[in-house]
Design a protein around this ligand. Sequence first.
Ligand SMILES: Cc1ncc(COP(=O)(O)O)c(C=O)c1O
Length: 390
Amino acid sequence: MDKQDIRDIPFGRPLIGEPEFKAVEEVLQSGILVHGPRAKVFETDFAAFTKAEHAISVASCTAGMHLVYYALGLKPGDEVIVPAQTHTATAHAVGFTGATPIFVDAEAATGNIHLDAIEAAINERTRAIAVVHFLGYPVRMDSVRAIADRHGLFVMEDAALAVGTYYKGKHAGTLGDAGCFSFYPVKHMTTAEGGMILTNNGDLAERLQRLKAFGLDRTFDQRTQPGIYDVVDLGFNFRMNEIEAALGIEQLKRMPGVLASRHENYDVLAAELADMAEVTIFPEPAGKKDADCVNSCYCLSAVLDQKLVDKRADIVNALRAKGVGSSVYYPMPVPLLTFYRQKYGFSDEQFPVALWISRGAISLPVGAHLTPDDMRYVARAFKQAVSEVV
Ligand SMILES: Cc1ncc(COP(=O)(O)O)c(C=O)c1O
């Protein structure tokens, strides 16, 4: 690859244009930075996009999951089943309430929670099952629902990477009892920081709206006299502000185009890498589409063969030298991170599939800031990087 051919391909880049600039400026000009109309509009729009009955805007996906568990009344002694191969937020959200996350290994085909292992982890202390749509690939939610119903458990979908993820025609976040999304900058759409909870349970939605705003008995616009309210719950301040919501409204309008572009990019990259014997492609290898499962195409993870794992840093550096940014989803199974390892004494052998993914993954970009031709470049650069270090 000649120097003049080197492209600049970051792992993620938010698509911010004139509509976002204008929307944010309007908020700033209005002087109404919280408690305004935009958070409500964004909730209505996001509910319409996902066909959810209720959407509750929050400060982040982590805040959303924390809020849901808090609303459920989780307490020390309670347990929640969580996947080992995820972001630490999935488990932290359980821990904030004093409850214990019970980690289940990943399945090798998709990186999602191993469905067959869930039931063995359930006991009389279990209150909920949390699933993560790994890299935007849907968990088979009918199986999760069936297990949860057999044991009377709540189902949480960590849908942080799942705007545009569908299972059997239903959007992620509407298949469990609650689903939480992230609008962090490298996600499908961004509000800088921000999140959204979906639920089809009206009582839960009402309680979440109250608990995200100090537990006040009435919202800003329900007050007949300014400044007069009562407090009926021990609530947080997890609100989304108007600047974030204004961004979210504009970003959501981009989603059909963004998702089409991500799908095209993913398919091109997966096809280009399909002949590489040294890697396993996650979450959806080329030619392996399942009609029930629509991937939101967050990124494409190439998991290196055992014999190449020690060379990962060299491969990533060689890729970077060719202008290709990458990431690792996720760098360590959560139970093996220092905090969880020390707290619960986990060891590597307990999570072999999650560990294999964490040690071998190089997560490649497929975002809408890139074109199919960029994907062919990424594939070429990746193959060259691998051949340079072996
Ligand atoms: C699966 C998963 N859950 C939760 C989060 C946390 O999201 P937020 O930063 O919006 O709290 C992330 C962030 O990447 C994630 O990947």
